[in-house]
Ligand binder design. Structure first.
Ligand SMILES: NC(=O)c1ccc[n+]([C@@H]2O[C@H](COP(=O)([O-])OP(=O)(O)OC[C@H]3O[C@@H](n4cnc5c(N)ncnc54)[C@H](O)[C@@H]3O)[C@@H](O)[C@H]2O)c1
Ligand SMILES: O=P(O)(O)OC[C@H](O)CO
Length: 341
């Protein structure tokens, strides 16, 4: 079955990009957002003035502040609000869904109380509905300029995967498939932490060797954490893992990288976050992952170091330095067991 109508929940930069691709693909698309002025601007001037002011949007895209109007009859509902609001927003319409309506999270964050990923929140709230996750190296502002990009749709439901692949694929956006929902989603959340660390490294003027070491050891740390939580480490080698880690750790378009860069320049966490005006999920994810790693005794020197910098005022230089003095470990995680080091 193809997607005849799609809904996008969220009026930020990524929600707008997803909605615009769907509209470009001639799918009836309704974007829900809270701000009536932005909705009006999308409908009349084809612009999201706040989040993507330079991008002319498809005139067929409909924006609404009425949730019912967006979700009613939608074959797929993309959820694209910051993680701390996903439960609240989805709870407000979950009871109105028909069982065939699929939900796809694009949100890269964690719900702290039970360490739930967003697909787990969706499954809890909408147990009868197919659920998927869209994640990959997807800086919204580049996709908005129609620069080539690829992503991953992960779901246990093959119809959902195929529908999203055909609904979102176009000349500048390619959608690969995975059935490892948990691995794809976990990598999307974890990489935000390491983008903050890469921001420190860049601001401190460390060299390319340092940056490469940080990115590669980040991948080792992410996959060590993932395996401890039961995920498949192979997923971390794909677009949602290495792909998203590299882009977010390298680009000033990444909000998480920018937070790290500002802290590396000497700003406080509050100053760094307030100057963004957009969500940087990595700040909270760092707190939750650090607590989980401590609880499960998982060796994560970059997470521990970054936490000290963001929340206890430690010198960002110490994070990279911490790698030099930590326990010796194997290069490729799992290739050489710790017992043989
Ligand atoms: N921007 C990107 O490049 C990008 C790419 C892929 C995934 N993501 C992920 O998508 C999610 C959303 O990111 P974004 O870039 O669109 O964020 P954003 O900061 O651009 O926008 C967030 C949107 O959520 C809305 N919002 C905030 N609180 C809300 C609430 N209580 N109820 C309803 N709406 C609320 C805001 O008004 C805004 O429209 C994040 O988890 C992010 O990690 C972002
Ligand atoms: O701007 P960031 O740091 O939230 O990153 C955006 C996307 O997740 C990149 O894939």
């Amino acid at each position: 079955m193809k997607i005849n109508k799609a809904a996008v929940i969220g009026g930020g930069s990524f929600g707008t990009v997803v909605a615009n691709i769907l509209a470009d693909n001639e799918i009836e698309t309704w974007q829900w957002l809270r701000d009536a002025t932005i909705a009006e601007s999308i409908n009349t001037h084809q612009k999201n003035d706040k989040y993507l002011p330079d991008t002319p949007l498809n005139p067929a895209l409909n924006a609404t502040t009425e949730l019912d109007e967006a979700i009613q009859g939608a074959d797929v509902i993309f959820v694209s609000v910051p993680s701390r609001y996903v439960r609240e927003v989805v709870s407000s319409f979950a009871a109105k869904l028909m069982p065939q309506q699929a939900l796809v999270s694009t949100t890269k964050g964690i719900e702290p109380e039970r360490f739930l990923l967003m697909s787990q929140v969706l499954e809890e709230l909408c147990p009868a509905n197919p659920v998927g996750v869209l994640s990959g190296p997807n800086l919204a502002k580049e996709i908005a300029r129609r620069e080539l990009a690829a992503t991953v749709i992960a779901s246990k439901n093959s119809d959902l995967r195929r529908n999203v692949q055909s609904g979102l694929s176009c000349s500048y956006f390619r959608v690969y498939a995975s059935d490892d929902l948990y691995g794809v989603e976990l990598s999307g959340a974890l990489k935000n932490i390491y983008a903050i660390v890469s921001g420190f490294v860049a601001a401190l003027g460390m060299g390319e060797n340092s940056r490469s070491m940080i990115i590669t050891r980040s991948l080792a740390e992410m996959s060590r954490f993932a395996v401890a939580l039961g995920a498949n480490p192979l997923t971390f080698l794909g677009l949602a893992g290495v792909g998203d880690l590299v882009v977010t750790c390298s680009s000033p378009l990444s909000r998480n990288y920018r937070v790290g860069y500002a802290i590396g320049e000497g700003k406080t966490l509050d100053e760094a976050v307030n100057s963004l005006g957009e969500v940087a999920e990595g700040v909270n994810t760092l707190r939750y992952v650090r607590a989980k790693a401590a609880e499960l005794d998982i060796y994560m020197p970059l997470v521990m170091g970054a936490y000290e910098v963001l929340f206890n005022g430690a010198d960002p230089r110490l994070v990279a330095q911490g790698l030099m003095s930590g326990d010796h470990a194997s290069d490729v995680e799992f290739a050489l067991p710790r017992s043989e080091i």
